[in-house]
Structure formats: structure tokens, C-alpha cells
Design a protein around this ligand. Structure first.
Ligand code: HEC
Length: 243
């Protein structure tokens, strides 16, 4: 089938080249910032730098148990005698019932924990029931309302980015129709996969790796399109064009 005659990136008029370049540079910079933000928020969810499957699980699915329990099994393990520690863990495990707070739990906390947790600046004052509540909440990960909000913003907003990046890339040369089509379609397909896998991960932590694959693949495909387009806009010799 004969292709309709159309422009290539290198022979576009200067104002169009500048428009495309400005857009691609801004989007490229934006993608870098987005990557940085993901590293600093999700990336730190497991307390270690860098994005891992655990980070995704903590962010979307939550973690088993409460903060109080995990601290008493971790860095706060030696802060109270074993029987007190077990009593606190059991209390948190049972949903931190209020009727045991004043009578049994608070006196323990005041005795063993308050020396640090009421006086040292920056440490949570867990003898205050409201503060303790935040430590005994089960971490359920992202809420449905958060996920709905972030999902639709992501789908609407990012598809605009992919639309224009893909559109500019349609003017690129040197790719078979098939390769071009795959590169243009990949970001959309993996954006949908990414968002769907947030929801799947909320239900089942085993889907966390899909979130990483989705995000990685659409970033990679758009990066290829952005760099190729920028290169062909400015550094490609039009006369060498075969098609
Ligand atoms: C010697 C001082 C000290 C004592 C005593 C102490 N803590 Fe801590 N606690 C810390 C420090 C320092 C941190 C912050 C570092 C960390 O999370 O390990 C912390 C953090 C915590 C956190 C996490 C707070 C947050 O914002 O994430 C919890 C929960 C906690 N402690 C519970 C307890 C309990 C319960 C006791 C009493 C059995 C206790 N701590 C006794 C020093 C203390």
C-alpha cells in the first residue's frame, strides 16, 4: 500500500520544530521529576532508598500488623520487660480496645516509654491516646477514595502526554510501521496496566511487580520516542532520507 506523502521531523517548518522541541524538553524534564518523586515517596515506603516490590506492597496494600507491634518487635524490643512488651503487643493486636487503656496499658507506657516518648523532642508522645491511636491503626495501604482520585488523574493527565509525544513521533523516520505502532501504543497499554495493577495490588500484594513493570515500560517507550524525535528534529540530515 502506498503511504500518503507526509512531512518528516527534519523538514518541518522552524516554528513547528520549536514547538515540538519545547514540548518534548518540558515533558522529558517532567518525567525525570516524576521519577524523583516516586523514589522519595513510594521508594522510601519500606524505609530503604530505592524502589522495590516491598515499597509497592506497603503503598498500595499496606502492611500486616500495626506500627506499635512492628516497633516492639524491632527497635523498641528492649524498652520494656518481656511481659509488658507482650501485653502491649496483644493489646495492639486486639484492636487497641479503649477500656484497657487507662487501667493497664497507659501505666505501662508512662513507666517504660514516656521517659523518651514524652520528653525527647521529635518523638511521638504515645502516652496520649490520640497519638497512640495512630500507632495502633492497621495500615491498609491506599484507600479506595485515594486510588479512585489518583487513578483518574493519572489516566486523563498522562494520556495527554503520551498523545502528543506519540503524535510527534509519527513524523519520525527509520522505523518500520510495525515498530512505530508498537512504540506509540505501548505507553497507553502499560498506563492502563499500571493503574489496574494498583487496584490489584491493593487486593493482593502479589501484583506489586506489575505496577513496576507498567511504570517502567511506559517510561522506557516514551523516553525512546522523546529522544528519537529530538534527535531527528535537529541532528538528522534530511537529504539522507530514504523514504
Ligand atoms: C530510650 C528511649 C526510648 C524508649 C524508652 C522508648 N522509645 Fe520508642 N522510640 C525511641 C526512638 C529514638 C524512636 C525513633 C527511632 C525508631 O523508630 O526506632 C522511637 C520510635 C518509636 C515508635 C515509632 C514512632 C514513629 O513515629 O514511627 C514507636 C511506636 C515506639 N517508639 C514505641 C515505644 C514503646 C511502646 C515504648 C515503651 C515500651 C518505647 N517506644 C520506649 C526511643 C525510645
Amino acid at each position: 500500500m502506498k503511504q500518503m506523502q507526509r512531512h518528516t521531523l527534519c523538514e518541518l517548518a522552524m516554528p513547528v520544530k520549536l514547538l515540538f522541541t519545547g514540548y518534548l524538553l518540558t515533558i522529558g524534564f517532567g518525567l525525570l521529576m516524576a521519577g524523583g518523586q516516586i523514589m522519595l515517596t513510594h521508594g522510601m515506603a519500606d524505609g530503604k532508598f530505592g524502589l522495590s516490590v516491598d515499597d509497592i506492597v506497603y503503598s498500595y496494600h499496606g502492611q500486616p500488623g500495626t506500627k506499635l507491634e512492628s516497633k516492639l518487635n524491632g527497635s523498641m524490643k528492649d524498652m520494656a520487660p518481656p511481659e509488658v512488651r507482650l501485653a502491649l503487643i496483644k493489646w495492639a493486636h486486639n484492636g487497641a480496645p479503649i477500656n484497657e487503656w487507662e487501667t493497664t496499658i497507659k501505666p505501662h507506657v508512662v513507666k517504660y516509654c514516656s521517659p523518651c516518648h514524652s520528653n525527647m523532642p521529635g518523638l511521638v508522645n504515645i502516652s496520649d491516646k490520640a497519638v497512640m491511636d495512630t500507632m495502633t491503626k492497621v495500615d491498609e495501604g491506599a484507600s479506595v477514595s485515594t486510588l479512585t482520585r489518583v487513578s483518574h488523574i493519572h489516566l486523563f493527565g498522562i494520556s495527554f502526554i503520551f498523545f502528543f509525544v506519540g503524535w510527534i513521533f509519527t513524523y519520525a523516520t527509520g522505523f518500520s510501521m510495525m515498530t512505530k505502532g508498537i512504540l506509540i501504543l505501548t505507553p497507553f497499554a502499560f498506563l492502563i496496566l499500571d493503574v489496574v495493577s494498583w487496584w490489584l495490588t491493593k487486593l493482593n500484594p502479589n501484583f506489586a511487580w506489575l505496577v513496576i513493570i507498567g511504570g517502567f515500560t511506559y517510561s522506557l517507550a516514551s523516553t525512546v520516542m522523546i529522544f528519537t524525535s529530538l534527535y531527528q528534529l535537529w541532528f538528522k540530515d534530511c537529504k539522507l532520507q530514504i523514504d
